[in-house]
Design a protein around this ligand. Sequence first.
Ligand SMILES: [Zn+2]
Length: 221
Amino acid sequence: MSSPKHHQLKNQSDLQALRTLAPNRQLTWTEETAVAARQANRLRQLHQQTRTLAFDIDIIATQPRLRIDADSYLSMAGSSHWTGSHWQILVNETDHPLRQRFTIAHEYKHIIDNRRQINPDFEERICDYFAANLLMPKRLVVAAWTQGQIERNLVAMAKAFAVSRPAMNYRLNQLGLVSPLPRCRNTMHPANRPSAFQNRSTHHTTANYFEPSVELLGSRQ
Ligand SMILES: [Zn+2]
């Protein structure tokens, strides 16, 4: 890891190093998630962030030939494109800074995957998955939750990892550390059961960063 050759490669391009972790063929969803997690972990390793809870997002912001600009007129959380001379990531200026962090990580995965053939159904979800793994690595989240480093609650965890509460909530669910919130109140005693109309209004209890993209992330900070 610390050979001169490694340092040379590291300085040359993280992007290149991350791209080489993906096989040159279309992958299944399971393979895509494995690659995304590996890329997220590698990026942390390359910048000595393996023990840092709150990922330093400047690592992406200071990548060579990459620029991040805030745009208050953006109709979505973010976008990325190649300008001809550099990559540009646009983030919605009106979003909460924690949501912007997730957006930047999400967009960076689009840039990593730029030259690959990806099942269009996976494209957005895998960017969310990468962002979740980068900002909330499984090993660190499980350790923080189980070893008492920080208070075992959503607010403390979200703060420690510098992510939104819905994002952390989703991740804790995904890692099996908390039980999912009930989808609606249908499990209540029939006498206390709200009407069908009221039920509909409870359908926002779970944050899901798989749809619609990063829409729900950071929205309740
Ligand atoms: Zn996207």
